[in-house]
Design a protein around this ligand. Structure first.
Ligand code: DOR
Ligand code: ZN
Ligand code: ZN
Length: 432
């Protein structure tokens, strides 16, 4: 039995003192502090706030095939250090996760190595409809409408329609491949700059693909999740269509916290797809976050080595698992979000949208996935303290108020505020 004593939990918007008792990885009782009993293991939270462990719906763990960048061991460590207890892994591996057999192989790797709980998005190709239909216990089928890291791409509208008709939840990377290739062609060759990237993958590239995907989803009555929205136009599409469709979306921390105007000093570290946007789009994302138009914050944790990022053809993507919660807590401390919003956006809503069973809430009968946070403590992001294999962050040097004090995964301590504890592996998330 595990007893977490002297913690606070948010109940009806108010922090109340509680003890949490877990047995076999499941929360058995949430009691008033006076009812504390002895237990095999006691974690004294010393008054810290306990929030549901974060569920990050968008993580590139890179295994198999790109394990120089990350693997299930280091991704799990980065998750634990970031207060994230469940990660939903993306399929753009080498080889991409596009068959039942490849998914099984990946399952084995994660089960062996990952200390966080995990689930899988399945990759869509122009020719794997039968595999999609047969895929078991997946978070979604991921459709890349524009090319990015890896070789997954759906450019045929007929195929998109068929995929939308499979009855699975469809997660979409919405960038229009034809438009972005035409833009790149008219730019001609040249070294990478943030401005050129923004021009090639401009707002219309994202908005027109998002619109096309939503139209296809509507036609097929599909459940659709729009990944990493980055433009005012996408927030408008979401606001318009989410009312009468099964439509959800996510935003990344980098699109919320790094307007392109501020990213010049980051060089190619700031190269991501979709690109960092201008301040007016960032403002629209914050408005959408506050009005409930955006369901969740998800990292799009996409590690690449610094030497890869500084090559002639830098890959797109940046890590995010360890900085998402501190960034959101810092924003909360500045009055930009409420604590309840932080919780909904990072645990309750991803659990609801993806139908994850028995996770995403601190409640009796749920898994004891709990993150203890220190709302007042400040910590500066330091590359050399990161757990991700790539060992860098675009937020290096940022002093953030609000830190992860401990991460408890399935009732076991996985991070104690400074060290990762690799004694138990995570479970596969079950999708209802
Ligand atoms: O910036 C990105 N990186 N965007 C993507 O769509 C893929 C990701 C990656 O896997 O590196
Ligand atoms: Zn993407
Ligand atoms: Zn991604």
């Amino acid at each position: 039995m595990l007893l977490i004593k002297n913690c606070k939990v948010l109940e009806n918007g108010k922090a109340v003192e509680r003890n949490i008792i877990a047995e076999g990885g499941i929360i058995q009782k949430i009691t008033a502090p006076s009812a504390a009993k002895s237990a095999d293991e006691i974690i004294d939270a010393k008054g810290k706030l306990a929030i549901p462990g974060l569920i990050d719906a968008h993580v590139h763990c890179r295994e198999p095939g790109m394990t120089q960048k990350e693997d299930f061991r280091t991704a799990g460590y980065a998750a634990a250090a970031g207060g994230v207890t469940t990660i939903l892994d993306m399929p753009n591996n080498r080889p991409a996760t596009t068959t039942a057999w490849l998914l099984e192989e990946k399952r084995k790797l994660a089960a062996e190595k990952c200390i966080a709980n995990y689930g899988f998005h399945f990759g869509a190709t122009e020719g794997n409809l039968a595999e999609i239909r047969n895929a078991k216990n997946i978070a979604s089928v991921k459709v890349f409408m524009g090319s990015s890291t890896g070789d997954l791409l759906i450019s045929n509208e007929g195929t998109l329609d068929s995929i939308m008709g499979t009855g699975k939840r469809i997660a979409v990377h919405a960038e229009d491949e034809a438009m972005l290739k035409a833009n790149e062609k008219s730019q001609g060759a040249g070294t990478w700059t943030a401005e050129r990237h923004l021009e090639a993958r401009n707002k219309m590239v994202a908005a027109s693909a998002a619109s096309l995907a939503i139209t296809a989803a509507k036609r097929k009555n599909a459940r659709m999740h729009l990944c990493h929205i980055s433009t005012a136009e996408e927030t408008e599409l979401m606001a318009k269509f989410r009312r009468n469709m099964n439509l959800s979306c996510e935003v990344t921390p980098h699109h919320l916290f790094l307007p392109v105007e501020d990213a010049a000093k980051l060089g190619t570290m700031a190269k991501v797809n979709p690109p960092l946007r201008r301040k007016e789009d960032v403002a629209a994302l914050w408005n959408a976050l506050n009005s409930g138009t955006i369901d969740m914050v998800a990292t799009d944790h996409a590690p690449h080595l610094l030497e890869e990022k500084s090559s002639d053809e830098p890959p797109s993507g940046m890590p995010g698992l360890e900085t998402m919660l501190p960034l959101l807590l810092d924003a909360m401390n500045r009055g930009r979000l409420s604590m309840q919003q932080v919780i909904s956006l990072t645990s309750a809503n991803p659990a609801r949208v993806f139908g994850i069973q028995s996770r995403g809430h601190i409640a009796e009968g749920y898994f004891a996935d709990i993150t203890l946070i220190d709302l007042k403590k400040e910590k500066t992001v330091r590359n050399d303290e990161l757990q991700t294999k790539c060992k860098w962050s675009a937020f290096e040097g940022w002093k953030l108020k609000g830190t992860v004090a401990s991460t408890i995964i399935n009732g076991r301590l996985a991070y104690d505020g400074s060290q990762v504890i690799d004694e138990h592996k995570g479970n596969e998330a079950m999708f209802g």
